[in-house]
Design a protein around this ligand. Structure first.
Ligand code: ADP
Ligand code: MG
Length: 686
């Protein structure tokens, strides 16, 4: 079957669309007629029938028609325009707290009026505050469909949006993009029918199902959107597999030697993912794998094994971390692990002296550096590899798509990529936004860890907490004190790290206390971290810079201030900084009294669970996918209609169908993407 190309039609092609209208639509992210068609209602109002005043019910919205029998501007208790509307069954008060002279003119005795609003209790029985009003003329009829209410911007009224969408429905391309064999077995209606019905739902439709987006029409569009996402991601995945990459035979020496030198054995979970990665690296196309594992699950050693496979095959490896502290820690660990194997490691960050940097650049270029560890400095232009075979990116969600792309371009042909993340990605999220990656999960922690005890403590009990910190430190343990922000922000009243540092110093003259925050020079940060690692500092006051990766096993107590202001996954990450050794560890979450309901519910999750996946799932539920997606979000269009918890079944179906559709129906796939991705910029994919 030959299909015409889906016509996206620029807004400026529509003669009746004025410049201001187009500007406003653009503000809503609508660039063409397809996108306008897919601008769907937030909710609906039912103006399809008239309720008699006697039948009105408190709290419900309804449409009433009657005659104005009284109208006045009253000044008690405050200025308001008040009118009495009567029909044959009773009377209803209308109240306007803000009004124009033109409204006074309309609301006069004798006017026949149709009003729509929510029924409330007033001084004189039922009333409506700020109802929408329509003067009834001879030809006024009730609307035949529910009235849609759309997301709008200031300056764009609902009536003009409705009108624009009516035009889009008449002139836009509603052609079916999917073969009926795809949507019919799912009992989903056609695209055109679904769109028509959602913009103008017939009165008999179930309003509740409509607003919860569970009607077949909503489901059809949610399915289309999820399928478009799958198709674009899988298309990209397939394209990558057609590109070539160096093939690395499994390591014969290095990996065995490394494992022999370790004081521990790999867990079964680590072995499983290590094997998945090893197999990817033997393939002739670039690996794109995301290695997930809760904090402390032992991802670094797995990454190191992959590096060794590459190095043994004669290719260079880059290991990039988002912060200097973390990169430095990796560097040290790699030195201890790999120096015995005679592997040369280069170190690259923004804070190096020119001389150190030039030396590093030289050995990276001539290939004598087999492994390069560093921060963002790694993907700068001056950095040239002899033969980059594998790029490992730790805490991948901290990097933007463009940064990863820049690193990839340092290899010729494309290097393999291993991304790591300790922010667990719930299944539905990895099935959707991460459908272009292969995913490995380390789903168990190494044995011998003592679970962290989490306590929720009101800020008013700070004195007890101070006492506890003192005792822990004097007993030879180390502690973190985490503050959310570095500078005073009076509006938020967040405790600053600087103030806390000064305060704790005067409180504990007998303790060695350090301070680390994001605004310090990297060398200073490293010095403080090194002193804490070495046990010279007993208490470390820190901002959330220590969130990723820091590993000091002797630290067994953490106090987190203003815990209620932080994301759950972030709290979990922070908490993961303790409990890394055999000592029993405690994390104390300090909160300001008077928690909101949501804040309480969120803290309860972190208090009750130590499972990063469960916590991420809850975070997804409470805050939506934005935070979990991190910087990745910037390169990927967000789902607008589908909801990952409500529409799981559709997501699963879309996922199951996508690869087949790409093979069997490439023309339809292009149609479908043209429609659904018309609002998105061309995907920048790595
Ligand atoms: P993450 O997954 O958070 O990056 P790391 O790789 O930093 O975790 O590992 C955390 C700690 O656990 C490190 O000190 C590491 O050496 C240790 N470790 C890793 N694997 C094991 C294992 N199988 N048994 C015991 N300890 C391990
Ligand atoms: Mg790590």
């Amino acid at each position: 079957m030959l299909l015409n190309v889906i016509n996206v039609i620029p807004l400026s092609n529509i003669k009746t669309f004025t410049k201001p209208l187009i500007t406003n639509l653009t503000k809503l992210g609508i660039a063409n007629l397809q996108a306008l068609l897919l601008h769907l209602p937030l909710r609906y109002i039912d103006e399809t029938h008239i309720t008699t005043i006697r039948d009105l019910r408190l709290g419900e919205s309804a449409q009433v028609e009657g005659e104005i029998t009284h109208a006045e501007v009253s000044y008690k208790p405050r200025k308001a325009l008040i009118a009495k509307l009567e029909d044959a069954s009773g009377q209803l008060m209308l109240r306007f707290l803000h009004f124009y002279p033109s409204q006074i003119a309309v609301l006069k005795v004798g006017t026949k009026l149709r009003v729509y609003g929510e029924v409330r209790h007033g001084f004189f029985g039922y009333e409506m505050v700020h109802p929408t009003c329509k003067v009834v003329g001879e030809k006024t009829q009730v609307t035949e469909t529910l009235t849609p209410v759309y997301p709008a911007v200031a300056g764009l009224s609902q009536p003009s949006l409705r009108k624009a969408i009516r035009i889009a429905l008449a002139q836009g391309d509603l052609a079916e993009t999917l073969p009926a064999s795809v949507y019919a077995p799912l009992h989903l209606p056609s695209f055109a029918q679904s769109l028509q019905s959602l913009h103008n739902p017939p009165p008999e439709v179930n309003l509740q199902a409509l607003e919860q987006k569970t009607t077949p029409h909503w489901r059809r569009l949610a399915f289309d959107e999820l399928l478009a996402q799958q198709l674009s991601m899988r298309k990209h995945y397939a394209r990558r597999r057609s590109v070539s990459a160096p093939q690395f035979a499994p390591s014969q020496h290095f990996v065995t030697a490394l494992l022999k030198s370790l004081p521990f054995a790999l867990t079964a979970a680590q072995q499983k993912v290590a094997l998945e990665i090893e197999r990817d690296l033997t393939q002739p196309h670039p690996m794109q794998r995301l290695l997930q594992g809760d904090v402390g699950s032992g991802k670094t050693i797995v990454a190191c094994m992959a590096a060794l496979q590459s190095i043994e095959n004669g290719w260079q490896v880059a290991l990039m971390a988002p912060t200097e502290i973390l990169a430095e820690q990796h560097y040290r660990k790699m030195l201890t692990w790999l120096t015995p194997l005679n592997i040369r490691i280069a170190w690259l960050t923004g804070s190096q002296s020119k001389k150190e940097r030039e030396l590093a650049l030289a050995i990276i270029l001539d290939g004598s550096a087999q492994l390069v560890v560093g921060t963002h400095a790694l993907f700068q232009e001056a950095v040239q590899f002899k033969n980059l075979g594998l790029a490992i990116i730790d805490e991948q969600h901290r990097f933007g798509v463009h940064q990863r792309l820049a690193l990839r371009q340092k290899g010729q042909p494309d290097p393999h990529q291993l991304m790591m993340s300790a922010t667990p990605i719930p299944r539905t999220l990895s099935m959707s936004y991460y459908a272009d990656l292969d995913i490995s999960v380390i789903d168990a922690l190494p044995p011998g860890r003592t679970p962290i005890v989490t306590k929720l403590v009101a800020d008013s009990r700070r004195d007890e907490i101070l006492q506890r910190v003192r005792e822990a430190c004097l007993q030879g343990n180390q502690a973190y004190w985490v503050c959310p922000l570095i500078e005073e922000s009076e509006a938020l009243q967040l405790v600053t790290a600087n103030d806390t540092y000064a305060l704790l110093q005067s409180e504990f003259p007998e303790l060695h206390i350090g301070l680390v925050h994001g605004r310090m020079k990297p060398v200073e940060k490293q010095a403080v971290m090194a002193a804490f690692s070495a046990g010279e500092l007993q208490l470390l006051v820190a901002t959330t810079v220590i969130e990723v990766g820091v590993d000091v096993p002797n630290a067994s107590l953490m106090v987190i201030e203003h815990a209620e202001r932080m994301g759950l996954s972030q709290l979990h990450q922070l908490r993961g900084r303790v409990g890394r050794g055999a000592v029993k560890s405690t994390c104390i979450l300090l909160y300001q009294n008077k928690l909101s309901e949501t804040a309480r519910a969120r803290l309860k999750v972190i208090y009750e669970s130590n499972d990063g996946f469960a916590i991420a799932q809850a975070d997804l539920h409470i805050r939506g996918p934005g935070e979990l997606l991190g910087v990745r979000q910037s390169g990927v269009p967000m789902l607008k209609i589908a909801d990952l918890s409500r529409d799981v079944d559709l997501l699963e179906t879309a996922k199951a169908l996508a690869d087949d559709l790409l093979k069997q129906h490439p023309a339809e796939v292009e149609q479908h993407l043209a429609r659904w991705m018309s609002h998105a910029e061309e995907l920048v994919k790595v």
